[in-house]
Structure formats: C-alpha cells, structure tokens
Write a protein that binds this ligand. Structure first.
Ligand code: NAP
Length: 303
C-alpha cells in the first residue's frame, strides 16, 4: 500500500517550510521535498535586515535551518530529492522524484525563482570567481575594487547602490537608454560619485584567467566595443521561476510564474502556490512566509 501524505510541499525555502510548519502543527502528515538545502534563495543572503524579530539582521542560511527545525518539531519530514514529474489529475496527487514516487491529498508548490543568466561564454565557468548573481551575498568580497553590474530593474539598481558603498568604482551596463527601476532609486544612483552608467550597452564577453579581470562591452548606438577592467561582474537581469516541471500541468503566466492570487489557489484543485513562484507584486521573505500560512488555511478544507 502506498503512503498518502496529507500535504507534500515542493521546495524548502521560507514559503515551503512555513506551509510545513502550519500543516504539521495542525496535525497533518506533511512531507517537504527539497533539492539541496533549506532556505532557498534566502540561504544565499548573508544578512536579512527586513525580516521582523531580528533587530540586528539575521543570516539567511541560519534562518532557513531554523525554519526547517521548527516545522520538523511538529512532525514535518524532509526528503532530499529532485521532482521530475507531477500528476495532479486525480484526487490523490502523484509526485515523481529522483528518490521515488510520493502521494498526497494536497500539494504546495514553493520552488521559488532563480537568477536569469546572460548566456555568454565564460559565464558559467567563472560563476563564483568574479561572476555573481547576488550583490548582497558576494559584494563584500570586492571592498575597494572595481565591479560592473548588468541590468536596469529595481534589483540591479539596488545592487549598484549597495556595491557603491563597498567598491571603489561601479559600472552599470544597461541595454536601453532609460532604467526600468523606480525613479527614487535612479536618482540616488545618478548622485553617487563612484558610479558610471553605460546606456545602450551589452556585455559581449568576460575576460578571465583564474578570475574575472574585465569585460567587453558593446554600445548599440555607435556599434563600438570597449574593454572595461573590473574584478567582478554582477548579473542582475531578473529571475526565472522554477516551474519547468509544471508546464502543461498547471496554469502559468507568460513568464512562467504560477497563476495564483492571495488565496494561493492554482488552476488545479488541491494545489497551492506560495512564495516567489506565484504571480505577485512583492517577492520578499515576509510575503513568502505569509503565503505559506494562507495555503494551509485553504488546504485544510481539502484534507
Ligand atoms: P526586472 O524588473 O525584470 O528587470 C530586469 C532588468 O534586466 C531590466 O532592466 C531588463 O532590461 C534587464 N534584462 C533582462 N534580460 C536581459 C538580458 N538578457 N541582457 C541584458 N539585460 C537584461 O527584474 P528585477 O529587477 O529582478 O525585479 C523583479 C521584480 O521585483 C520587479 O517587479 C521589481 O520591481 C521587483 N523589485 C522591487 C524592489 C523594490 O524595492 N520595490 C526591489 C527589487 C525588485 P529592460 O529594462 O530593457 O527590459
């Protein structure tokens, strides 16, 4: 006889473990399927300053581990496995993973979103050796050095402002002639003395031996290419939701996010989407954990 869980949570970030906490505390037989380690993207952030209750900030990795322990105190279990397929067509849902098949009455998808890559040569090879995707995680390694940030959205501009307080010089490389980011951030950017903006520009290549030593940038107006010496390239061009395994199984928007409103209910009965993976305005730890609680509130009716 196959074991049927009340709830399977896919993804062990803050949204996932909050769902697991609320579900297990309510007495539901709950399993979390996690690929690597608890915490999700949060675990890559060294100090989280905007999560209430930690007056001096909190290490993202530590917070992830604490969230896992708290859910497990009430009986939630964790299985480390990659989900390869799902079947939501029956009342009892099936999740296929690298560790076998699992069954549950309700599913919470909490797989989050990963940084978008530029897709240029050397990018993967030098990831962590000068190519970075999280300024708040890795910026501190570049004190008094020169760094470049590519992107023009809110995340990129916040990354630039953060890095300008650490690095000697920050180049901003943006593919258009105006920023997508909110005006208030852009104004701060223009005031900083150690920031140089390169509009209508794209990163063509990464120059590196053991580590990154520069980049080549192409300007689309003049068509000219120039070499910039820098110690790091921070890629901040948006994120891609981790929903590849859900294509054709659940309604996604044009960017791949699961369509779900504040109730966290998806197009499939008994399947809920929480945290960064669902369509929402503000993707933060605090909004992710709120989703986790809401999903269990509605899932209770299905169990
Ligand atoms: P985003 O708003 O989608 O911006 C992505 C940026 O990267 C855009 O400037 C885009 O250029 C550029 N880009 C995309 N693909 C590129 C490529 N292949 N090569 C070069 N450039 C590329 O993403 P985000 O900044 O990560 O923000 C995500 C969401 O979170 C947004 O809704 C944002 O407002 C929100 N957010 C809010 C705050 C806040 O404080 N309120 C902070 C962070 C994030 P184009 O402009 O030319 O498309």
């Amino acid at each position: 006889m196959q074991h049927i869980f009340d709830m399977i949570v896919i993804g062990g970030g803050p949204a996932g473990y909050t769902s697991a906490l609320y579900a297990s505390r309510a007495g539901f037989d709950t399993l979390v399927l996690e690929r690597m380690a608890p915490g999700g993207q949060m675990a890559l952030t060294d100090t989280i300053d905007n999560y209430p209750g930690f007056e001096n900030g909190v290490d993202g990795f530590d917070l992830g581990v604490k969230m896992q322990s708290q859910a497990e105190r009430f009986g939630a279990k964790t299985e480390f496995a990659d989900v390869t397929d799902v079947d939501f067509t029956e009342k009892i849902k099936k999740i296929s993973t690298t560790a076998g098949e699992f069954f549950a009455k309700t599913i919470v998808v909490a797989t989050g979103a990963n940084p978008r890559e530029l897709g240029i040569e050397n990018e993967k090879e030098y990831a962590g050796k000068g190519v970075h995707y999280c300024a708040h995680c890795d910026g501190r390694f570049y004190k008094d050095k020169t760094v470049a940030v590519v992107g023009g959205g809110n995340t990129a501009i916040q990354d630039v402002l953060y890095l300008s307080r650490i690095a000697k010089k920050v180049y901003v490389i943006h593919r258009r002639d105006s920023f997508r980011a909110t005006k208030i951030y852009v104004e701060q950017l223009k005031k900083a003395e150690n920031i140089e903006i390169l509009y209508n520009s794209t990163v063509e290549s990464i120059i590196a031996e053991e580590r990154v030593s520069g980049i080549t940038v192409k300007n689309s107006d003049a068509g000219e290419k120039k070499k910039l010496e820098c110690d790091a390239l921070f890629v901040s061009i948006g994120r891609i939701p981790a929903t590849e395994f859900l294509k054709g199984k659940i309604n996604l928007d044009e960017s791949g996010y699961i369509i779900a409103d504040e109730t966290t209910k998806t197009s499939e009965n008994g399947v809920f989407a929480v945290g960064d993976v669902r369509t929402k305005e503000l993707r933060q730890v605090v909004t992710a954990v709120a989703d986790g609680a809401v999903a269990v509130h509605f899932a209770e009716k299905e169990i």
